[in-house]
Design a protein around this ligand. Structure first.
Ligand SMILES: [Fe+2]
Length: 193
């Protein structure tokens, strides 16, 4: 399942739209240039699977999208809860990295293969929160203001696609808008209920 919630940028209390329907999510995002697709992501990844193993499990899909869209680099981000005493600090650091509004000079393209995360797209006077789970491909065009949250206990794996070796860094706007909208844990609690 996936979930799209859309609010006016000035009011996080009353959503304009809330839908778990993949076709409705794709149609709502298409006018703002954001591509959303549902693929099949049913490979079982062992704990500690390497980046190459994750990519190999989805080789057909990765090759298809890489060839179609000219990506030159593919990697994997994977965070899983752990008993390691260093985990809470590592998780908090990873979460904080893109938790405030920013843009990139390259598209941000993610294919989720495990767990969940939420992209918040701030565009055209609205905030679109796209809760992505395994099977969701989201392509956020360069220049779109957005932030990303994966909660206090991140559990997510995603394949990332890049056009350029070093064009992908965050350019932060300084706008505190992210703090005014429900975070991952709040949306997840409402979604799972
Ligand atoms: Fe980003």
């Amino acid at each position: 399942m996936s979930l799209l919630t859309v609010w006016p940028e000035t009011d996080a209390a009353e959503p304009i739209l809330r839908t778990p329907d993949p076709a409705a999510i794709a149609s709502a995002l298409e006018p703002i240039g954001v591509r959303f697709e549902r693929w099949t992501a049913d490979a079982v990844l062992p704990t500690g699977a390497t980046q190459d193993e994750v990519i190999a499990a989805y080789r057909t899909e990765v090759d298809r999208i890489t060839a179609a869209e000219g990506y030159i680099l593919v990697d994997v981000i994977r965070l899983q809860p752990s008993d390691d005493p260093e985990w809470p600090a590592k998780a908090a650091g990873a979460r904080a990295k893109f938790l405030t509004e920013h843009t990139h000079d390259d598209d941000e393209v993610r294919f989720f293969v495990e767990g969940a995360g939420i992209f918040y797209l701030h565009i055209a006077g609205r905030v679109h929160a796209v809760l992505c789970e395994a099977g969701d491909l989201l392509s956020v065009p360069k220049g779109i203001t957005h932030w990303f949250d994966m909660g206090v206990e991140p559990s997510v794996a995603a394949i990332r696609f890049f056009h350029d070796e070093d064009g992908w860094v965050g350019d932060f706007t300084g706008d505190p808008i992210a703090s005014r909208f429900p975070d991952f844990d709040e949306i997840w609690a409402g979604y799972a209920a």
